[in-house]
Design a protein around this ligand. Structure first.
Ligand SMILES: Cc1cc2nc3c(=O)[nH]c(=O)nc-3n(C[C@H](O)[C@H](O)[C@H](O)COP(=O)(O)O)c2cc1C
Length: 216
């Protein structure tokens, strides 16, 4: 599946006079009803960053592709396979991992959480995560029914992804789309955006990245 990497060096070489570029944010949606907010989330990030997007098959039931910003490419599992024919062709999940400075999975479904925690990689999203370079930030914003959230598996899976280096943007309590009241609703897109941006910019200021904050 994933190609072996010949060069070893994955980052673009930093040149002393290189022009600052915008952060590259890879936004991914999995199959929670909260994916109806994915367009909104993409628009927020586009104000600050270059954005590419990934959607799982289930999330496509909730995403209005016409509502995404025009310059955001939305990749699906079909793209992973249609872009590869023979040895030497690029492998999409590796290319996206190389391209991104930060990955954000919002919403993160119970299913995709379980798959990441268990190391499974059977679609484009989970292949990027399995191939992720944890020197770069990876954020998740879970969204699920309250009882799914309270299920003992959730805590176990959250502990596993925490050990990997994944950062959690916790869900909030409210009346859920299914009618239940409780914890499990995805954090608001504005909160996800500001959490990621603050983290990224403070890292840049500490010299943790060659990328300059936009507008600097
Ligand atoms: C209408 C509807 C709403 C759903 N909402 C959620 C949800 O909020 N959170 C969740 O974890 N799963 C939810 N599911 C179940 C997931 O879509 C299902 O587990 C799916 O396999 C997730 O696939 P993915 O993780 O590959 O995107 C919902 C299913 C349906 C039919």
């Amino acid at each position: 599946m994933a190609c072996s990497e010949s060069g070893g060096e994955e980052r673009e070489p930093t040149q002393a006079n290189a022009a600052p570029r915008k952060p590259r944010i890879l936004l991914a949606a999995s199959g929670s009803v909260a994916a109806i907010k994915f367009g909104n989330l993409c628009h927020s990030f586009c104000e600050w960053a270059e954005v590419r997007a990934i959607a799982t098959k289930a999330s496509l039931h909730f995403i209005d592709r016409a509502a995404l910003p025009k310059d955001v490419i939305l990749y699906t599992d079909d793209d992973e396979w249609s872009s590869w024919n023979k040895i030497g062709d690029s492998v999409l999940h590796i290319e996206l991992r190389r391209w991104a400075d930060v990955m954000v999975i919002a919403p993160l479904s119970a299913n995709t959480l379980a798959k990441i925690a268990g190391g499974l990689c059977d679609n484009l999203l989970t292949c990027v995560v399995r191939a992720w370079d944890y020197n770069k930030p990876l954020f998740v914003a879970p969204a699920m029914n309250t009882l799914m959230w309270k299920n003992p598996f959730t805590e176990r899976h959250l502990m596993s992804i925490d050990e990997l280096g994944v950062s959690l943007i916790p869900p909030v309590k409210k009346r859920l789309a299914c009618g239940d009241y409780g914890n499990g609703a995805m954090a608001e897109p504005s909160v996800i955006y500001s959490t990621v941006r603050l983290f990224y910019e403070s890292r840049v200021q500490q010299g943790g990245s060659s990328v300059q904050p936009a507008g600097s």
